[in-house]
Design a protein. Structure first.
Length: 262
């Protein structure tokens, strides 16, 4: 079974090297793609993992590779790490972002199959899962050439249809895509379409978000205290990680309530 959750113990610290970051609220300094983070140790572990937020590396605490890191490390490159085999470094780092996108699509397809009322598209969804899983087994050169946007467009067509089927029995309000700082606390938002919506710092405390489609919604610093996302559609761990919540926030069973939520 393909793993869709990160296992850093089987990776080579790829996200700590392959990805760039810039000095901001999420990072205390700049780093170019391909340069190892200053805190990456010889064993590919993070030297400040237990205090990333305190050190200013909030961006690291919310990143999720959906298991792409270990797939690249252990399958694409058969366990040959970039330090012991420096000739693999460039291609390995270029492959990670591609594999992450493919794994994210697989995560959403798998989630769609588990949603009630999507049975009419199960055959298509399973076919898409098989086609997408095959992409994860391509060699590095083929992955670099992969037309991810084209494959994503086809997958998104299916995910939209699955979302429509799941939300068919609801009567949601019509909300705009720009909801930065919106005051939506306590609102009945069951089945609302928030695909790609910008909800930065929005107040959703106590809101009912069951069956709401949150595909790609930006939840940075959104207030989810006491909100019900138990059956919200296509929520990812990364989206929860960037939001604010508490012990009363209900999250989908497949995800974890962030430890910092009191």
């Amino acid at each position: 079974m393909l793993e869709l959750a990160a296992d850093c113990s089987r990776c080579f610290g790829l996200c700590c090297v392959a990805l760039p970051f810039a000095r901001s609220a999420d990072f205390p300094t700049d780093k170019d793609a391909g340069d190892p983070c200053l805190h990456l140790q010889a064993d590919f572990r993070c030297g400040i993992h237990a205090r990333l937020r305190e050190e200013g590396y909030r961006g690291c605490t919310v990143y999720d590779c959906f298991g792409a890191g270990q797939q690249v490390a252990q399958v694409t490159f058969a366990g040959a790490d970039w330090r012991s085999h420096p000739e693999t470094a460039r291609q390995m780092f270029a492959t990670l972002p591609v594999m992450r996108q493919v794994h994210e699509l697989l995560w959403h397809l798998t989630a769609a199959l588990a949603v009630p009322d999507t049975e009419p598209v199960h055959v298509e969804l399973r076919r898409a899962v098989g086609d997408t899983e095959r992409l994860t087994r391509l060699d590095a050169a083929a992955l670099e050439r992969l037309d991810v946007p084209a494959h994503r467009a086809e997958v998104n067509r299916l995910l939209r249809r699955a979302s429509e089927l799941a939300r068919a029995g609801t009567d949601p309000p019509d909300l705009p895509a720009d909801l930065i700082g919106a005051r939506l606390s306590g609102r009945d938002l069951r089945g609302v379409g928030l695909r790609g919506a910008c909800l930065i710092a929005a107040d959703l405390a106590g809101a009912d978000l069951r069956l709401a489609d949150l595909t790609g919604a930006d939840l940075r610093d959104a207030r989810l205290h006491g909100a019900d996302l138990s059956t919200a559609l296509f929520v990812t761990q990364a989206q929860l990680n960037v939001a604010q919540g508490d012990a009363e926030t209900r999250v989908p069973a497949s995800l974890e309530r962030p430890a910092r939520w009191a």
